[in-house]
Design a protein. Structure first.
Length: 191
């Protein structure tokens, strides 16, 4: 499946391009994971080329199965080309299941510039459009309670706080669940 999404530019930052991961992203993926902050919040760190290849295989398998959709988020450079700035993943998409999960991380050099909320918004819009016919009506964004940056991203992306969830392995602390609901279809049931 070839999907290309765009997150609009802001007055101070360029448009973002979101596309499925490919092997050409491996060197940047390894570089991103050198960041100790990112490593603190992720379950599957990427230490070397072998880990990065596993990441790519998992990404391709998720797309092929139609259950997990991982996007590499790219930003143009001033000197030409582009750079990896984030990822957004739509997880646990199942026909007939009304909810799925959205997750993300941002590269250290891209934090604090609105990259994550814009990228999450782009995938959210795509998910609700692409999977409306299969019954998707809610997306959850989960994070540990002490990850205040993720709380801000969720709010900026239109995912209001819903509840605190008890800790569960592999996460040692309680978590927050933020949720976003699909807009009702025009002419739908007004019950």
């Amino acid at each position: 499946m070839s999907v290309l999404l765009r997150a609009p530019a802001t007055p101070h930052h360029p448009e973002l391009e979101l596309r499925p991961w490919h092997d050409g992203d491996i060197p940047e993926l390894i570089e991103v994971y050198r960041d100790p902050v990112l490593r603190h919040w992720t379950r599957h760190p990427v230490d070397d080329a072998r880990d990065a290849h596993r990441w790519m295989v998992r990404s391709r398998q998720g797309w092929a199965a139609g259950r997990r959709f991982a996007f590499a988020v790219r930003e143009p450079r001033r000197d030409g080309g582009d750079r990896l700035v984030a990822t957004v993943v739509l997880k646990d998409v199942l026909p007939g299941r009304p909810h799925a999960e959205i997750g993300y991380w941002t590269a250290a050099w891209a934090r604090g510039r609105g990259v994550a909320p814009r990228a999450v918004q782009a995938v959210t819009d795509w998910a609700f459009t692409r999977f409306a016919a299969t019954g998707l009506t809610r997306l959850d964004l989960l994070h540990q309670v002490d990850n205040t940056a993720s709380c801000r991203v969720a709010e900026k992306a239109g995912y209001p706080f819903q509840e605190t969830l008890p800790a569960r392995a592999p996460f040692p602390r309680d978590g927050h669940r933020h949720a976003r609901h699909a807009a009702p279809h025009p002419g739908g049931d007004r019950g």
